[in-house]
Write a protein that binds this ligand. Sequence first.
Ligand code: PMP
Length: 381
Amino acid sequence: MSWAEHLGLRMAQAQQQSLLRSHTRLATPQRVDTQINGHSVLNFSSNDYLGWASDEFTIQALKRGADRYGVGSGASHWVVGHSGAHDDLETAVADWLGVEAVALFCTGYLANLGVISALADADTLIHQDRLNHASLLQAGTLAGQSRRFGHADVDQLRRRLARGHDRRQWVVSDGVFSMDGDVAPVQAYVDAAGAAGALCLIDDAHGLGVLGDQGRGSTHGCNPDLIMGTLGKALGCGGAFIAGAGWLVDAIRQFSKPYTYTTAMSPALAYAAAENIRRLRTQPHHQAKLRSNIDYFRAQAIARGVDLMTSDSAIQPWLLGSNERALAASERLKSAGLWVSAIRPPTVPAGTARLRIALSAAHTQSQLDQLCDGLVTCIPG
Ligand code: PMP
């Protein structure tokens, strides 16, 4: 079969299963109040949890960063791409999270690939929560010996760690699960890993800025060996970091190809991200507003009969089951001016398609009321 026939067949199959994706062209994709094709919509699909991706503070910080350091880094970290802005961001993250060392990556996806491939070898056994983000799962697959344990099943994890006692082991999990919104049993994972002499890596892409004192996330107080954080979600910028003990981060820097062979993140963006970390630490009302929006939305939606999944984070999914049902609900909401993404396999397991409602500190109560009104019209049956 030729390439064209082969790919044509795959596309047709995906189309049949309602699995083809299309780009959404919101006028300002991160703003809560935006337009599509000239029509107003309220956006409940962005990971811009604090509403910082396009606010004045971040824009001004980016401009100052560009004035001071330029836009492009011009080279990889080990060549000449690592500037004072990168140093400052590393220090800001280390102070914030109380860790010894931090290394920067261009995206969270690349950080997960870069960290796991840097440390894992043929002797390493990687235990992954089965609902981990695609980047962790793919990194595990590329590394070889990666196994998924039951979601949040600490007993199963302990049994597997005991069985693998003669190997170098690694426990890897999302801190907040990106499509479910629930928080991992981080302390139990850290303890289980520690007792077995394993490393523990928590990807806190959706916890940082949202949970914990000063937005320190789901790992605050738990001290995993490594924390992966993204700067493109609550922090409103882009890029990512790995944080942990100096001996670990040094090894990652030395052995990670996605660290070594990529142009370093934009120094202007690094500067803006550091400014937003300082803002997060000194202006707690942003995080508090997000918290009150989460509590308000859950109370209102549940009171109106919307069967939300259990979640304490800014990700509030509503499980609808079939792809068709999730797509139909998303379309109905769209026609009411409410933008909520339908999430389908392979992003989530087959039969668990859902609406993924993402909340922001920038939403007003009346916008949350409008969302609840729309959701009620989608209640099955
Ligand atoms: N980890 C998790 C849990 C995520 O949800 C995402 C992005 N959706 C990533 C990593 C990748 O981060 P980035 O978007 O910075 O590549």
